[in-house]
Design a protein around this ligand. Structure first.
Ligand code: MN
Length: 518
């Protein structure tokens, strides 16, 4: 599937596009993110499997932990080359070399603004340091990608001079950094054309997303002489972040028909792994990997997608390893609701469907987000089915405080069988959910995919809304809990979702056993 055909013929992409992933360096500089060496290793292994060419895995001279992380990753014998960030300072280069990396992203500012206010040096200093440090890094056996920090706001004649000096001294590649994301497509084309013509080594660009143009500028650079782009998973990075790996890769592949070495099917799980380990979750409408990227609610769109996915999906979710979801809500139409009900094992008549849809819309009109668990409850009421709840909570005790590890014990019945379990957690909610999961997963493999506290308003006695997403095999459901007690709101959400996943309607409709009327 390629919807391109808008590509102007005077611009050519390089036959081999190189990707440097800097999730573990610039991405880690995202406010609030700090990764242990073990977490960095997990991400690096995934990036290597994904197929990027270079992994900038950290800044060896920054801390002991960073050094350890780079050493650990370098020891893995990855297919990708491992890089450390390094200032144009000999001790930084030494740290990188001692950590055993393949190369350095050797960086020096080139704009007068940075020279004056950051370094308090002149242009001559930059040329001297460039010579000294590129040569030194080469003597330490490192591959050198030479980065001009704030390159996009530098005097281009001077920038050209610095790049030429770096190449003369042995730099293997040079990189134009749009450190504060101010490049436009036009200026990117102009600068990249000029710089790539004047150096004999591959030119890279490092684009930031302050104006939302990072991916677009990266593509423009590739069309105008750059051979390499810097990216991060989920577009993490300083301030508004860097060019997003998943967006760039899919745009190049699908819209421009470029051949890349990236296994696109791994993009979704890579994105989730990075979100989980960094704690930076995605906005739902994030391109390519956001929760809503392949979710349809409105009746018109749902109908279209169910009859032919391409009507409202520019790419199939499978391309990036994601899956399509039909959401229910006030914009829902009969086709979508019927499809969701069928996936739950519920067959409905036309009249029943009309009534279910009416109730779904009424709930939506009251400002409620309608979850799959809600839809199920509505359908049961309309179909006159008994409200079977495979899991019944009988007793829950949670202990927390400043001198105890938060722990919870639970007694519940699962299909009539009584189970008792206990678990600890980082807090009372985690402990309670862990105990329930332990009890249930012994019998049914239900996974908690997401947990959100949706709304806390007012004082400490306010109602807390908790939204969860659970999976059992192919089926995914969302469910909500709302209580004044955050532990009980969480438990309610999880139990409601688990119950929605565990009801066996086929058995029920055949007149199978009915355990509970509640
Ligand atoms: Mn940066």
């Amino acid at each position: 599937m390629k919807w391109g055909g808008i590509l102007s013929s005077d611009c050519e992409f390089p036959s081999r596009i190189l990707l440097l992933d800097t999730t573990l360096r610039d991405g880690e500089q995202t406010p609030g993110v700090s990764l242990t060496p073990e977490k960095k290793l997990r991400i690096a292994l995934k990036l290597d499997e994904l197929g990027v060419d270079f992994i900038e895995a950290g800044f060896a001279a920054a801390s002991k932990g960073e050094f350890e992380a780079l050493k650990l990753i370098s020891e893995q014998g990855l297919r990708a080359d491992v890089y450390s960030f390094s200032r144009c300072v000999k001790s930084d280069i030494d740290s990188a070399a001692d950590a055993g990396v393949d190369g350095v992203a050797l960086t020096i500012p080139t704009s007068d603004l940075h020279l004056k206010y950051k370094l308090n040096k002149d242009r001559g200093f930059v040329l001297e340091r460039t010579e000294e440090c590129v040569e030194y890094a080469k003597t330490r056996g490192l591959t050198v990608e030479f980065l001009a920090e704030d390159g996009s706001r530098s005097d281009i004649d001077f920038l050209e001079k610095v790049f030429k000096k770096a190449v003369e001294c042995g730099a293997d590649r040079v990189c134009l950094c749009d450190t504060v994301g101010v490049l436009t497509s036009e200026k990117t084309a102009e600068m990249v054309r000029r710089l790539s013509d004047s150096v004999t080594v591959p030119l890279a660009v490092h684009c930031h997303n302050d104006f939302g143009l990072a991916v677009s500028n990266s593509i423009t650079a590739l069309k105008n002489g750059a051979q390499e782009v810097h990216v991060t998973v989920n577009g993490l990075g300083e301030r508004a972040g860097n060019a997003a790996l998943e967006e760039l890769v899919v745009a190049l592949t699908v819209l421009y028909g470029c051949k890349l070495n990236v296994k696109t099917k791994l993009l979704y799980e890579t994105s989730r792994l990075v979100a989980r380990l960094t704690g930076i979750f995605l906005q739902p409408n994030k391109a390519i990997v956001g929760d809503n990227a392949f979710t349809h609610e409105s009746g018109i769109h749902t109908h279209g997608v169910l009859s032919h996915p391409a009507t409202y999906e520019p790419i199939s979710p499978e391309l990036v390893g994601a899956s399509r979801r039909i959401a229910v809500g006030k914009h829902a139409g009969s086709h979508g609701v019927e499809a969701v009900l069928r996936s739950m094992g519920l067959e409905v008549s036309k009249e029943q469907l009309t009534e279910i849809l009416r109730r779904v819309k009424a709930l939506g009109d009251r400002g409620k987000q309608v979850t799959e668990a809600d839809l199920q409850a509505i359908a049961e009421a309309v179909l006159g089915l008994p409200r079977v709840r495979p899991i019944m909570l009988e007793e829950l005790t949670v202990v927390t405080g400043n001198r105890v590890t938060p722990m919870a014990s639970v007694r519940l019945s699962l299909n009539g069988r009584s189970i008792t379990e206990a678990a600890t957690g980082v807090g009372p909610v985690d402990a309670a959910i862990n105990a329930i999961r332990k009890a249930v997963s012994a019998v049914e493999p239900v996974q908690l995919e997401e947990y959100h506290v949706k709304a806390i308003t007012g004082g400490t006695d306010a109602v807390v809304e908790v939204m969860v997403r659970l999976r059992r095999g192919d089926r995914v459901v969302t469910a909500m809990g709302a209580r004044g007690d955050i532990v009980m709101a969480s438990v309610e959400a999880v139990l409601s979702g688990m119950n929605a996943l565990l009801v066996d309607y086929e058995k029920l409709m055949e007149g199978g056993r009915v355990e509970d009327e509640r």
